[in-house]
Design a protein around this ligand. Structure first.
Ligand code: TIU
Length: 225
């Protein structure tokens, strides 16, 4: 029998069936979260992303304990950089930028330390990791195929940064017919005002892009599963 769970959310209650829902953790990579990575090279204070780690860990543990689907994404490029648009590489006029050698290896390059997901949220071998060359998780990836094969219709979305890769991915998912619940305490931005604005944009106009709630509200309903 189908189990439908109801989470208190904005703009209104989010309903989902656990079996057809995936946790999508966006880009919790050292390059964005730790000092001396790409995020800091862009001039950002990476400490602003830290508060999202522990709430995300709690949601991840809950999904794992209930054998629900967990997917991770990583932004980055092939070592030969054939999938990195020259315009993306040039952006920001950085002294050390994408593909260059930094303290955590080549910046945003697959297989390098900085490109990896932080230990606290390290994927299990059974959890698909989607490598994406862009900000959106659907652009030039096999995410849609994987979701279709798993019978996923709803996404619980967490990760960084809220107004860049999270928002782009949620918009892409919404256009493809997925219902997305973004957990406010599990997403983070280098800019508090962008965090607020991105969250407001998602839930405005009757949930034009998706729903917004917190890890606490979601865990309340998942506990009963
Ligand atoms: N710079 C910034 O806010 N974000 C990114 O470049 N990528 C992601 O959000 N993952």
């Amino acid at each position: 029998m189908e189990t439908i769970l109801k989470v208190s959310a904005q703009p209104y209650e989010f309903r989902f069936e656990p079996a057809s829902t995936a946790l999508l953790i966006i880009d919790m990579q050292r390059d964005f979260i730790l000092p001396v990575g790409f995020g800091e090279m862009l001039g950002n204070d990476v400490a602003k992303l830290k508060p999202a780690i522990e709430p995300t860990r709690r949601v991840l543990e809950s999904f794992r304990s209930k054998h629900l689907t967990v997917l991770h994404t990583r932004e980055g490029h092939r070592p030969d950089m054939s999938d990195c648009p020259p315009a993306k590489r040039a952006r920001g006029n950085l002294k050390i930028g994408i593909g260059d050698k930094g303290p955590m290896g080549r910046v945003l390059i697959r297989g390098e330390r900085g490109h990896g997901i932080i230990e606290r949220l390290e994927p299990l071998p059974s959890e698909p990791v989607i490598d994406k060359p862009g900000k959106g998780a659907f652009f030039a990836t096999d995410l849609e195929l994987i979701l279709k094969n798993l019978g996923i219709r709803s996404l619980v979305v967490t990760g960084v940064t809220t107004e860049v890769c999270v928002q782009t991915s949620v918009r892409e998912a919404n256009d493809r017919g997925y219902e997305c619940l973004v957990l406010v305490d599990c997403v983070a931005s280098y800019f508090p005002e962008f965090q607020r604005a991105a969250i407001d944009m998602i839930k405005a106009q009757g949930g034009i892009v998706g729903w917004v709630s917190t890890s606490v509200e979601l865990l309340k309903v998942l506990t009963g599963v």
